[in-house]
Design a protein around this ligand. Structure first.
Ligand code: GGG
Length: 354
């Protein structure tokens, strides 16, 4: 009997519902056309509208609710009238940490038919960015005192654990090993940050001993931004902290063409919890409701989800169809095209049916 998968669909805010609805259409078309598996999406309304109604971004039993699914697809979080730290901590960070989705994997490559904005060396890049997703600068540690006084103070403590660094480092070395070039760059800022970042360097050197077939180097994050722009072909897999890779992955996506094509997987590599797949981009209120959001990042995230749950053929087919559509010039405005979200969906569905 064909396997059957239950997927939590959390569209969230802004363009999230537009790109998630687009993705459900193409994945359902794919499942129907291939006939190799069944897939059922269950809508979960968490997001800013839910927050305004209930005072919470997630339901009280959110983690148990998610554990009933094989995986989740997420859209975006963030609204103009709610401070970003409330929405991010209320929704995404309230899932990633507690479910221990500690590996945030962000592949980046230039798509056929899309132009790299620098139009130079970044043409044809193919990188794998691995972001530590459960601690570090996004640990939520710290506080404020003397609020409103001229001497008001605030601390934001980046908490790194040996366990947390070691597991992401192993994951990154394994990822690098699985790719043809077997090349890993460990990004830190261990010259100015002399505790957590130095621990990163030490753990990297120790884990590297178990991967003699992987060539690795380390780089300070500021120097890495320069290398990404000027020597992109010297890079393959990159691993770094929650904050550093949050920033570098936006730069990487922009270099590759648009953040509108950048996917992301929030993985629990132990597979004890369902993993969550989402575009890198946020809620993009400037284009919400205009029908022009680029659905490709969420298509690609769904392809990563299909691969993760064991449907690699379907994932490959979806990516081939998306690339064919891009190569044919059916592109949303962020990629220099004039197509609407639904036109891209329809074109991908036609490709799937061929
Ligand atoms: N689609 C993901 C999304 O809405 N991201 C908003 C954001 O600010 N994310 C920060 C993060 O990924 O840590």
């Amino acid at each position: 009997m064909a396997p059957s998968y239950k997927i939590a669909s959390i569209p969230g805010d802004g363009i999230g519902p537009e790109v998630v609805s687009a993705t459900i259409q193409v994945v359902e078309k794919l499942a129907k056309t291939l006939g190799a598996f069944q897939i059922e999406f269950t809508h979960i309304p968490w997001g800013t509208a839910y927050y305004k109604e209930t005072g919470r971004y997630l339901s009280e039993d959110a983690l148990d609710t998610l554990r009933k699914f094989d995986a989740g697809i997420f859209g975006a979080v963030g609204a103009p009238d709610v401070p970003d730290h409330i929405s991010l901590w209320g929704l995404l960070l309230a899932i990633r940490g507690p479910l221990q989705l500690y590996a945030n994997v962000r592949p980046v490559r230039t798509f056929p038919g899309t132009k790299c904005p620098l139009n130079t060396a970044t043409e044809g890049i193919d990188w794998m960015l691995v972001r530590e997703n459960s601690e570090g600068e996004y640990s939520g540690q710290g506080g404020r005192s003397h609020v409103g006084q001229p001497w008001e103070a605030a601390t934001e403590v980046a908490m790194f654990t040996r366990v947390g660094i070691e597991r992401i480092m192993r994951f990154a070395f394994e990822t690098a090993r699985s790719r043809p070039r077997k090349l890993l760059t460990v990004v830190t800022k261990s010259n100015s940050m002399r505790n957590g970042m130095v621990l990163w360097d030490e753990v990297a050197a120790s884990v590297a001993q178990d991967f003699p077939d992987v060539t690795w180097d380390k780089m300070l994050v500021d120097a890495m931004t320069v290398r990404m722009v000027t020597k992109p072909q010297s890079i393959d897999t990159i691993v770094g902290t929650n904050l550093h890779m949050d920033i570098l992955s936006d730069l990487a996506a922009a270099l590759a063409g648009s953040i509108g094509v950048a996917p992301s997987s929030n993985l629990d590599p132990t597979r004890k919890n369902p993993s969550l797949f989402e575009p890198v981009h946020g809620s993009a209120f400037d284009i919400t409701g205009k029908g022009v959001a680029n659905p490709v990042a969420t298509f690609w995230s769904a392809a990563e989800m299909l691969k993760w749950i064991g449907e690699k053929n379907a994932a490959d087919k979806l990516m081939t169809c998306v690339e064919n559509v891009c190569a044919a010039g059916i592109l949303t405005p962020d990629l220099g095209g004039t197509s609407s979200t639904q036109e891209v969906v329809d074109a991908v569905c036609v490709e799937i049916g061929k």
